[in-house]
Design a protein around this ligand. Sequence first.
Ligand code: FAD
Ligand code: SF4
Ligand code: SF4
Length: 475
Amino acid sequence: MLRFTELDQSYPAKRPAKERRKDFDEIYGPFNPKAGADQAARCSQCGVPFCQSGCPLHNDIPDWLMLAAEGRMEEAWERSSATSTMPEICGRICPQDRLCEGSCVIEQSGHGAVTIGAVETHITETAWKEGWIQPIRVKRETGFSVGVVGAGPAGLAAAERLREQGHSVTIYDRHDRAGGLLIYGIPNFKLDKSVVERRTQRLQKSGVAFQLNTELGRDVSLEELRERHDAVFLAIGTYKARALTCPGAGSDGLIPALDYLTASNRRGFGETIADEARLQAKGRKVVVIGGGDTAMDCVRTAIRQGAASVTCLYRRDRENMPGSLREVTHAEEEGVVFEWLSAPLALKGDATTLSGVRVQRMGLGAPDRDGRRQPIVLEGAETDLDGDLVIAALGYEAEDVDAACGGGGPVLTPRGTVRVTERCRTSIPGVYAGGDIVRGASLVVWAIKDGQDAAATIHADLMARAESAQTRELE
Ligand code: FAD
Ligand code: SF4
Ligand code: SF4
């Protein structure tokens, strides 16, 4: 350990931009065993590991880094999987620069953080390769049944932990595939679909039942689920796209980011897209409005589809954008043009087709509550940008949860998200919630944390119920 003074920070090899522009394969290769061990050995085994505080799951990072450095990979995997149901997914798509790696003391000392995410992926990929990851073997069935609504990372994490405890679990999802945004939002070049499907298949083999194409509020009601199951976990994410309000925004030519990304992901599964002409960037001048992870996924998808040009319009500058800077760098390398300090003033075109965007140039004012500087309009600074495929990627809010719950849903926050106690309990006994539907649009790692936490609470509540039933019987 402590080899950060002699070994430089190194990530797994990134494919050249020229090559990766042409396909949807992941952009990073794996670590070879020596590189993985060497990078893990850069850790200084801090007494107070700030990396762990920076990780929402409080992963035992120093421990599994030491085990990986010593080649004790099975132990490293056991330690890593104790706190996370999907370490190889977090290792790929967590914004580590803002979480574990951003908090690493070696980063602070100027040596470059330990490449924690890449080592985490390496450990769990080794576990899959070696056959250490097997379906869950339940020691004792409890006889309790839990319904999970939403097969995204929050729902899948909860299902895994609940099944480990011996509960019978059924996951309901309105989509035809399990995985939530891991499948239909995040593109393959960040997270290959096989990595997600491997996880859902393992759950199936562990006895978790999936009822897909089943929507809460359409095909099944909350009341029915509460009758069917001893507990219900709501993990339905946030899918109401924030609207663009400038003139022209009502045109059908303005494409919602998730429609665009879902179509691209479905194409990747070999499906034919009904709205192909509208949702395909090949040969078109693409303008994406927004500066978050979704916008980055759209611009990089458009590059891979063979767009004539791809421009990202964002009202703040590079330093004040919400998305990961690492993703911006990848996009720039791949040929995306960023128009910083630019906001849409109007969309040009008609009710069905767009031809461009009238752009308002912006300046930056004082920082807001998050510390990011507020955009301010520079009067008279306007310009035109050509674009025949305009995509809005402005973020997501909760859909109407009360309507989905037939009017008898849990208490909501003013933002329309589900209000929960610290332990994921909602206002309805036996109904729990977590992930984006509680936090608002967030991160996969937080969804996993909520799923795991909710499973722990549900298990504790069910066991308490069993105990009090037993006591009543004895009386
Ligand atoms: P979701 O993943 O949204 O899953 C919810 C599930 O519930 C879905 O399968 C949905 O079909 C289902 N559902 C919804 N309503 C109903 C209903 N009424 N009945 C039945 N089923 C229903 N995070 C990162 O950490 N890193 C990234 O790189 C990253 N990139 C992103 C890129 C994009 C394009 C987007 C949109 C988000 C990205 N995120 C990223 C955020 C991350 O994907 C989410 O925070 C995470 O998926 C939330 O998990 P969840 O389980 O709460 O919800
Ligand atoms: Fe870092 Fe995410 Fe892994 Fe935590 S889960 S150690 S934040 S990559
Ligand atoms: Fe190792 Fe960095 Fe964590 Fe310290 S903060 S234990 S150096 S990974």
